[in-house]
Design a binder for this molecule. Structure first.
Ligand code: DAH
Length: 352
């Protein structure tokens, strides 16, 4: 480290002393810049001394100029040394703080989770495939004939009400159920046995509440052949429901009405949110209807040229959305369509 020049003049001595005292406290480049302008800048005391040189006698002037130059060189060199130290220290601190152990395992990027409705649709179709059902797709913008008339839903039926249905230009409807695919397939008259499943979006002009949305997902299945009975239907429904929701739940079959099946039934599960106590998710019922089903109505069979004395069929449909909500114990199905990242985080944590 450079040492301060010696000098006898009291004024210059105290200037050097002030500098020496300040120097070790200069720990940032900013502080160093301030100090440089204080001791070496145009307005500094040292520069004022240089300006006074012209008033000295030539002999004395040379001596004094030498002294001032030594002081100036000392200030410059000491500041430069201190600056090098500060740079070195900054570097060491940065190296200590930014140190990384390259042998550690990396941080994994956050992966998304499959949407529960898509996942459930995939599982449902896989189960149906196991039972021999073949997948058929159908249009969402549908001819009302396939959505209603062909399914024994006459023009005056309330299911067609403007309140319930979205009508589209050209006298088309946004299909209100995937049962329309049943009518489409039968209208093509494929050879028996017909064992078909279909999945997709359906639309209803619903007031949105805990269990209803204007768009949701359904799956439909039907099986037409000689000798199909209600026992087949019951077996299929319970197989599906137990595999999808778990056999620990209570299920019940109850009579229902659908225009396209006779007899018609509903399959209920005891609410998975409240375990039957009653809550928002089940409208305080304790039970939630998962599936609608029945034996295909003879009017439909005859309409499409099948003899109901020889051929019988079973049909069933369910809301994938509603089952997904039960599966995840969601009290509000709307959250399945709200892109809430918390739902997907919860999904990832669950092993579905
Ligand atoms: N289409 C019915 C619904 O949207 C579900 C359904 C009920 C489908 C009975 C069927 C059936 O095939 O036989 O709620």
């Amino acid at each position: 480290m450079i040492s301060p020049p010696l000098c006898e003049e009291e004024h210059l001595q105290s200037l050097i002393a002030a500098f020496v005292q300040k120097l070790p406290g200069l720990q940032t480049q900013e502080a160093l810049r301030h100090c440089k302008s204080e001791f070496l800048g145009k307005k500094s005391q040292l520069k004022a001394q240089f300006r006074l040189l012209k008033d000295y006698q030539p002999a004395e002037r040379t001596q004094r100029a030498e002294l001032l130059n030594r002081i100036q060189t000392y200030f410059e060199q000491a500041l430069k040394d201190q600056k090098d130290r500060v740079i070195q220290q900054d570097m060491e601190t940065a190296l200590a703080q930014e140190w990384a152990d390259l042998s550690l395992p990396g941080t994994l990027p956050e992966y998304g989770a499959k949407h529960p409705v898509a996942e459930l649709e995939k599982r449902s179709l896989a189960l149906l495939r196991q039972l021999g059902f073949e997948f058929v797709d159908g249009p969402e913008v549908e001819d009302p004939y396939f959505c209603f008339d062909a399914l024994n839903i006459p023009p005056h039926h309330p299911a067609r009400d403007l309140q319930d249905t979205f009508w589209v230009e050209g006298h088309k409807v946004l299909r209100t159920h995937t049962t329309s695919v049943q009518a489409r397939v039968l209208s093509e008259h494929p050879p028996l046995p017909i064992k078909v499943a279909s999945a997709g979006r359906v639309y209803r002009n619903e007031a949105v509440d805990a269990t209803h949305t204007a768009m949701f997902h359904q799956i439909e299945g039907f099986w037409l052949d000689q000798g199909i009975t209600f026992a087949h239907l019951k077996g299929i429904l319970l197989f599906l429901a137990k595999h999808l929701l778990g056999s620990q739940h209570l299920f019940r079959i109850k009579p229902k009405y659908y225009p396209y099946t006779e007899p018609s039934i509903g399959l209920d599960v005891s609410c998975t949110s409240c375990r039957g106590e009653g809550c928002d998710a089940c409208h305080d019922n304790g039970w939630i209807t998962l599936m609608g089903a029945g034996m295909i109505h003879r009017n439909i069979l005859t309409q499409f040229g099948y003899n109901p004395e020889q051929v019988t069929g079973l049909a069933f449909g369910w809301g994938t959305t509603r089952i997904a909500a039960q599966w995840l114990q969601l009290s509000n199905i709307k959250s399945l369509y709200e892109q809430d990242i918390r739902l997907f985080r919860a999904l990832k944590r669950r092993s579905l």
